[in-house]
Design a protein around this ligand. Structure first.
Ligand SMILES: Cc1cc2nc3c(=O)[nH]c(=O)nc-3n(C[C@H](O)[C@H](O)[C@H](O)COP(=O)(O)OP(=O)(O)OC[C@H]3O[C@@H](n4cnc5c(N)ncnc54)[C@H](O)[C@@H]3O)c2cc1C
Length: 272
């Protein structure tokens, strides 16, 4: 995430579009009982309007033997609202949406596009035969707890995040796991950790349980390429995938860079 990512979301948050876009301000704490490094992030600290060390009193705000903590204020983006909002803006600006499974770049290339943006997330594993791309499975529960107004992060992927309609409690990171089914043992572990931090959550109704596969790659791939297709033609492509567990946060920045690469490629300024 850089300043442009945060500003884009923060500008939406300040505008009348905020409730439609699903962007709001959120404050909270990140606690750790194991290491001070877990509660610090040199990049995020420079970006956010508030990021400071938690006081001794604040370390006692939720259950746990917390030794280190930070307080922050940031932007929350609820994708369930943001994606339809962004799609509407895209269409209003003249974009067209077609839903279709793509088996290969040759298949799309037949439609004579000047350039393709490849934003297929984990799908790029097959489409680009990219073995560096691996699923990082996550599971969360959505619970009804309107009394929870602050976010809390604890050790071992434990988080409690109030959103527009529900509070998200999580989570897990399972490397190279492609299981899209809800795992009852993961749910039990999530409940135990989150209820341990905030016992009032035991009274919250579970609205749904969700599983997702984060498209993990050691380095996010934002890169241009001129593909030589089986039919002898060439196709200009800009890849933009592999954002792992940070795609919502970082996408404004990587998208802007992808557009710059596309402009260079179309103008013939690319080194390819
Ligand atoms: C539990 C969980 C918690 C998370 N929390 C956060 C968070 O707090 N902050 C954050 O920033 N991020 C978070 N993420 C990560 C975030 O959701 C991802 O980084 C982001 O969704 C990646 O976006 P993407 O558009 O690159 O890929 P995706 O969202 O996976 O979208 C790829 C799209 O391409 C389509 N596609 C793939 N292959 C093909 C094909 N061959 N043909 C046609 N279409 C294809 C797919 O159907 C999909 O619609 C979380 C993820 C999970 C699972």
């Amino acid at each position: 995430m850089d300043q442009r990512c945060f500003s884009l979301l923060d500008d939406i948050r300040r505008s009348k579009e905020a409730p439609l876009a699903g962007v709001c301000q959120l404050s909270g704490y990140i606690f750790s009982s194991t290491s001070p490094k877990i509660v610090r992030n040199q990049y995020i600290e420079q970006l956010l309007p508030v990021y400071r060390q938690a006081s001794e009193e604040e370390l006692k705000l939720c259950n746990g033997d917390w030794k280190y903590g930070s307080f922050f204020t940031t932007c929350l983006t609820e994708c369930r609202l943001f994606l339809p909002y962004a799609t509407k803006k895209f269409i209003a600006a003249g974009g067209q949406v077609t839903r279709q499974y793509v088996n290969s770049f040759s298949e799309v290339s037949q439609q004579n596009f000047d350039l393709l943006f490849n934003c297929t997330g984990l799908g790029a594993r097959e489409l680009c035969n990219d073995q560096q791309l691996v699923a990082m499975r996550g599971q969360v529960l959505k619970v009804r707890a309107p009394w929870v107004k602050l976010a809390f992060y604890g050790d071992y992927d434990t988080y409690i995040l109030p959103g527009f309609e529900a509070v998200t409690i999580g989570g897990c990171r399972q490397y190279d796991s492609y299981n899209l089914n809800v795992c009852k043992y993961d749910s039990m572990a999530i409940k135990e950790r989150c209820y341990g931090m905030l016992p009032s959550l035991k009274r919250a109704e579970v609205v749904r349980e969700c599983v997702g596969l984060r498209p993990h790659r050691a380095v996010v791939r934002v890169e241009s390429e001129i593909l030589r297709l089986a039919n002898g033609r060439t196709q200009k492509v800009v890849h933009n995938y592999g954002h792992g567990g940070y795609g919502v946060t970082t996408s404004p920045g990587t998208a802007k860079y992808a557009v710059k690469l596309a402009r260079d490629l179309l103008a013939g300024n690319s080194k390819l």
